[in-house]
Design a protein around this ligand. Structure first.
Ligand SMILES: [Zn+2]
Length: 145
């Protein structure tokens, strides 16, 4: 049996973050030296978030569980959680085989003391369901010329 290499960095560090109004707080381990993700799928286009996957076992809601709402597209196994008071989508998760099964992702803009403008960004072509192409340094236009 071959060992599946970890999709996560070996330089994980714990970060704490939350929504805008402060009701929801969470923590997770991640590596800010890794490229963060943006996507052009129908919901990411509207929300405009910058996200990164975190090892699910490092992710924890610290407070405000009762303030969390959940959004799913259709019958997707994947969800986004948002604060029902301020509307900020703080994190998400679900199940995607290509992402190693169960996954958790956080909105990097929600992390305390993190400036997204200083991070490396990679772009996914979710609009075309083109996950196999992987992420690249340039954004994917919605409509190819
Ligand atoms: Zn809030």
């Amino acid at each position: 049996m071959s060992e599946t290499p970890s999709i996560y960095s070996h330089n994980l560090k714990k970060y704490v973050g939350g929504c805008h109004c402060g009701a929801v707080r969470f923590e997770a381990e991640l590596d800010l030296a890794e490229p963060m993700s943006r996507c052009n799928c129908s919901i990411c286009t509207k929300m405009g978030g910058t996200t990164t996957q975190v090892p699910p076992k490092t992710f924890r809601v610290l407070s405000g569980e009762e303030h969390l709402g959940e959004y799913r597209v259709g019958d997707s196994p994947n969800f986004r959680k948002f604060c029902k008071r301020c509307g900020v989508q703080c994190f998400g998760g679900g199940y995607v085989e290509m992402l190693g099964g169960t996954f958790a992702s956080v909105n990097v803009g929600c992390l305390d003391g993190v400036d997204v403008a200083l991070l490396r960004i990679q772009y996914w072509d979710g609009y075309n369901n083109n996950w196999e192409a992987g992420a690249r340094p340039q954004p994917w236009p919605l409509h190819q010329a």
